[in-house]
Design a protein around this ligand. Structure first.
Ligand SMILES: C[C@@H](C(=O)O)C(=O)SCCNC(=O)CCNC(=O)[C@H](O)C(C)(C)COP(=O)(O)OP(=O)(O)OC[C@H]1O[C@@H](n2cnc3c(N)ncnc32)[C@H](O)[C@@H]1OP(=O)(O)O
Length: 142
């Protein structure tokens, strides 16, 4: 599997609007995308620094903070705000999943699904990545 680059870093927050303002006002970062993903029960926002094609930060807030079936709400309750996942860009997500399965890694998603920004995404379990929840991202234009 070939990782092209670090696509984004996911950070779970209590209040996404407040967090967006914090990243904009404190670090001068720019909001490039915002979306409510109803089927995942989350609100997300992507911010970048000066170089727009660089790695972004994805802020995530659960729509319902009390829904413990929602992975982000559960994370927020159990671990509080903070780093949630690392996302790497790959050109062929199906091939990457096949390779990781062959290498014995535990996948959360055995097949890709539509994630934020219409990209194809799949998660690898943190138990297989030394405690880091890893997201594979295949941009929709590929
Ligand atoms: C929009 C879209 C996108 O980016 O495009 C997205 O979908 S991102 C939005 C969020 N979607 C996702 O997160 C999907 C992938 N995540 C998941 O399916 C889940 O969060 C799992 C990774 C399977 C964990 O769920 P589970 O219910 O098993 O959690 P749990 O609280 O019982 O925890 C089980 C063990 O995993 C650890 N654990 C839980 N979440 C973790 C995380 N984010 N990073 C590292 N470790 C984590 C716990 O500490 C615990 O370890 P110990 O056993 O050692 O105590």
């Amino acid at each position: 599997m070939l990782v092209e680059n670090l696509d984004h870093i996911g950070i779970v927050v209590e209040d996404i609007d407040q967090a967006i303002k914090f990243y904009q006002n404190t670090f001068g970062m720019k909001l490039i995308h915002q979306e409510i993903i109803q089927e995942r029960g989350i609100k997300v926002a992507f911010l970048v620094g000066e170089e727009e094609n660089e790695t972004s930060i994805e802020l995530l807030e659960p729509i319902d903070h009390n829904d413990m079936n929602n992975t982000v709400a559960k994370f927020l309750k159990n671990r509080g705000q903070g780093l949630h996942h690392l996302a790497v860009k790959v050109s062929d997500i199906n091939k990457a999943l096949e390779e990781l399965t062959a290498k014995g890694l535990q996948l959360v998603d055995s097949a890709p699904r539509k994630g934020a920004r219409g990209h194809l995404v799949a998660f690898v379990h943190p138990k297989s990545v030394m405690g880091v929840l890893l997201e594979l991202v295949q941009p929709k234009e590929l």
